[in-house]
Structure formats: structure tokens, C-alpha cells
Design a protein around this ligand. Sequence first.
Ligand SMILES: [Zn+2]
Ligand SMILES: [Zn+2]
Length: 682
Amino acid sequence: MDKPLKEAFDYIWEETQAGIKPSIGMIVEAPFGRTSVVGIVIGVSAHSNIEPSKLKSVKALAPLPCLDKKILELGQFASHYYVYGLGETMIPAIPKWWRSPKNWQKGLRASPAKRTNTQTALQSHDQAIRPEQLNSAQADALSQLCAHNRKEFQTIFLNGVTGSGKTAVYLNYLQQILSNDHDAQVLVLLPEINLTPQLERRIASHMPNQEMAVLHSGLSEKQRAISWHAIISRKAKVILGTRLSILTPIPNLAAIVVDEEHDSSFKQQEGLGYSARDLAIWRAKNENIPVLLSSATPSLETWHAIERGRYQEIKLSERIHQAQMPEVELVQIQEADKNQAISATLRQALLKNYQQGRQALILVNRRGFAPVLTCGSCAWLSECPDCSGYMVMHKQLGSRKSSALCCHHCGLIKPIPLSCPKCGDSDLHPLGRGTQKIEEQLEGIVPHAKVLRVDADTARTGKLSEALFTKIHQGEADMIVGTQMLSKGHDYQNVGLVCVLDADARLYSNDYRAPEALFAQLIQVAGRAGRSGGEHTKMLIETRYPNDPIYQYLRNYDVAGYMKHLLKERQESGLPPYVCHALVHAESRYMSDSLELLAEAKTLIQKNSNANNGLICFDPVPKVLARVGGKERAQLLIEADSRAQLQVQLNCLDDFLRKQSNGRISKKGKVRWSIERDPLLI
Ligand SMILES: [Zn+2]
Ligand SMILES: [Zn+2]
């Protein structure tokens, strides 16, 4: 059951009530305390260690097929590896609608899975590309893929420069699998909801006869329940979804594709902190099927595995229509531009590009109007009262028309103060620049240009984002300003110029993965230019550090070179993938309580480990963002040479912490704790 508990519970099965024998994988409703919960049957026995009079009976059986053995094995692995309860690992992966026993009686009234707006919105670039239409590089990649024994585990990395047509290759590959085996099901994982509508249309156009099921958090609960049911009952053959879909039971799974495998969205940040990519590889191995990772900029973990020969690499190094990548030009930030949101060089380039009738993309790393509001006389800054971060100024926020301050960490929204809360002066002004400010400035630079903004505010729902991108693809925008959202996978048709504002902010941050992520982002956004081929295109990057290796490799689009450079750096500084990490997180009202619990955890680990097991436990420290939503947060970093060693220690630690807690909240000090493996941020 979905509780932060390690143990399972015994119940009596009344055969007369259900009319069926119990079996492993059944989804049932069972009494628990004063209420009842939904659980999964994980064992059947004629005996119990509990006195029969104390045992309660299972209340109801869900009208669903049993979860198969393989999905239970995956759940058990994930629960073990991520040190999380089996129930709290598996139950949340079942759609909410099915987790409510009152729906079991009603059942799903057979509303057939809608082919969402596929017919109406089919655009030229959604058309299927048949094998005979592939260019020679694509055809070659496809035949390499198809040469594999389909019923065998293999991790294949499809390494394709942006715009090389990776999607067409893997769709043809999946289509072959499905046409050779009529029972087969295939899973395609995408990092973001925003990418699903387009791929959905492409799949529908490519494989019109195969039933498709889409799974992501943007669907209604009912729609998710319908999709999930179609998958588990083997009707849906193509499953398209975001990270949670990796925990979906797919009885006849024959292949998995992880598209944009480097994307950090595949890692869940809270609760079961799993990596959908890593679980996909484990699942493929356990089910003895191929898994295909696809990207133009692999994660360092993937690159490392390729270098060691663990993954097979298939290259696609030619862009379709011979489209050229834009020429990279570094723009050093000048003193004269300090008070300008957009530098003179960029302004001229934007104007020229507009006059040539081409679109421009402007990448900004922060949404909102300005990162912070400040007072001109006492230097007050708009700090969040509940966090150790600043509240960001927004010109409008969601459906609100007026300006507001918003904390991106805890979500607190406050009106803009009329005067400084500290000294009372009314000289308040925004500092720095976000997407809204740039949008406003652009309108001033090119007065008649149509400017569109793409960020978490304008694309906050699937519908909004779909409408926004349809506008963009139909050429209804001259300039598109946005956060990294605009760099992902969308097919722009006429981009002549890409501008990146203040790229350094991400380069010199406390996150050791930031350069890797920035490089991937720059390559992705560069790939949006010149898709239709032919003309010369440019990418202008504002930086204070033009000599940083990242820009030198980027200029030549030397992905392999930069990966090697980064791997060497990681090896020298003893960072993943050369070591493995785990974090123990703690948060409570007082920092001292959080730190104290972690100090006890450290003492335990030191007691258990000896000099030979390659384990280092650092000191507990407050997090960089120490206060969020009024909670004081700290962390303990554990580093190990081997995953197995780390696992042993984490299991001990979990037992130790559980003994002094209710669930995951310590009895003393009420510290909420959790263990995270392979954290992205340390
Ligand atoms: Zn002031
Ligand atoms: Zn806050």
C-alpha cells in the first residue's frame, strides 16, 4: 500500500466473496486502521504469523488484469535501489482514477481513446517518413538497428546531430517490430509533456493502424485511466509517455525508446527519486529486449558507457536537407551595455534578421520580468519571507493581469509594494532581466515585429503550449523569446538567428552538472536554426568568458570533444560517473534539528564502514537554498566507489532512521528525511 512503510500486511481472502482465487499482482481494497486503502497482492499463503482473529478480510477486487511478474520485479528493484517502500513505489504509478475503489463498480464506460486532434492539426512535418524516403545515413542507421536480434537485451545509443531525423529512424524501427509481432507493445519515453502532441501526431500518421496510448500528467484522470487500461489489457501497441510511464505494466513490451535521454526531466526530484532512463535500461535487461537512447548531446553517464563498450553507438551525422548549423559568434558583454537589457550588437542583428524576413529565437534563462526588485536608496531586495531566495517580479502572472512578486521555490505570490518595506522610499526598480522584460524590449527594437514568449507562464498547460507552438510553426511570430522550453525538439521552419542572453549565469553556478546542461541546451537551441536548409544562419552568445572551453567546443559543434573534456574533469575531481553519490535530505523548523539528525546518520555510517570499502561520508551542511517554505533544509553527501557498497550502507541507514521515526518524520525534532540516490544536484 502507498505508505512510507517497509513491511507488507496479511489479510484473509474470502473466496466466496470474490469468487476467484487470490493471485500475485491483483489490485485490491483492504481495511487499514479506520479507513481502507488500495494495495497490491504480493504473496499468497495458507498461513500467517498473525492470530487469525486479528486478521481482516480483503474488501474488494479491482476489475483489472493482474500486474504481471515483470512489472512487480521492476517495482521491487526500484524500491530496493532507491530505498523506498514497495507500496509507495508501485501504487502511485497506477492512475489515480483506478486507485479509487468507488470507480471499480462504475467501470470505464467504453469511451474509445480519442485520437486527439490528429486529423485537424496534421502539419507537413508530422507526415510519416517511410523507409524509402530516408536519406542514406538514416537508412543505414535503420538497417543497423534492425540487424539486432529483437528478443535480446542491448542498449543502443542513437547519436544524431540535431535535425538529422532521429525520430524518423526510430519510428520506422518500432514499426518493423510491431509488424513482425502482432502482440508486441513498444514504449517511447519523452522528457516533457510539451513534446507529446507533436510526436503523437507523427506516430498516428506513421502507424495509423496501431492503437496508441498516451500517458502524462497533463491528461485528465479519466483519460489516464483509459490509456493505462488499454496498455495493461494489451490493446495499445504504442505507448507514449513522460517519465512515470516507465512504471506502467506493459505485458508484451518489445522495445523501449528514451528520446532526449540526456534530459534532467527523466529524474524525479521528490519521493521515489528515480531516473526513468536508468529504470528503462534495467527494465530492458530484465525483460531481455532492446532499449534505444536517443540524443544529440548524450549525458556523460551514457557517453562513459559508450566509451567502455557497454552501449552500442549508431551515428547519424548528417542533417536532413543539408541544413547547416548556425555559425557561432561570441559577443563579449561591454561596459556600455550594462544598463541595456539587450546589447547593441544583438539589437542590430535582430533588426537585420527581421528585415530579411526570418524568425529569431532569444534564449533567456529566467522567466518573469526581473529576477529581483530592489530599492534605490537602501538596497533592499525582494527576498521571500519563507525561503532563502528572492521573489521574482512578474508583469503578469498566469491569469492575473497586474504585476506581482512570485517565489519560484515555494510559490508564494505577493503584490508589488508601493514603497520600500525597509526604508519607505518609493524608488523601487527591477534588477536583472527575465523573459517578460526582454519581450517588452524587443517590441521597442523592432516596432512592428510580432513577439511571442515561451516559458512556464505562457505554456503552463498542454493546451496553451500546443496553441503557442502551432502559432510559431505557422510562422505567426517574428521573434520568439523564452526559457529552455523553446529549445526542445520543436520544428521551427524559418529561424535565421539565435540569441543567447547571459549564458554565463549557468556556467558558473554551484551545480557541477551545469556546464554539461548548458552545452546540451546551446546545441539544442542552435539546432532550431536553418532547418529548412540553404541559407546562412547565426547564433550570437553573450558572455564574459569567451575563452571558456565550452564555447570553443561549441563553435565547432564538437560534442565528442566536449564530452571527453568534461569526463576528464569529472575523473580528476572524483565526480560521477567515476563515483556514485547518495544524499540524505533533512528539513524541519530549525536548522539545528536537521543538522543533528544528519550528524547521527554520519556517525552510524562511519561506524559501519572501514577504510577499505571506498566510502566517504561528508559533513552535514545546510543546503545552498537553505530555507524553503519556512523549512530549514540540510543534506549529507555520501560518496562511494561501488554501488553495491553504497546500497548496503543506505539500507542500514534507512533502518536506523526508520526506528526513530513515524514514517519518514523523526520523533525527536520532527525532521522530515529522505534518501536520494544518484542526485543531480549535490
Ligand atoms: Zn529602501
Ligand atoms: Zn519562497
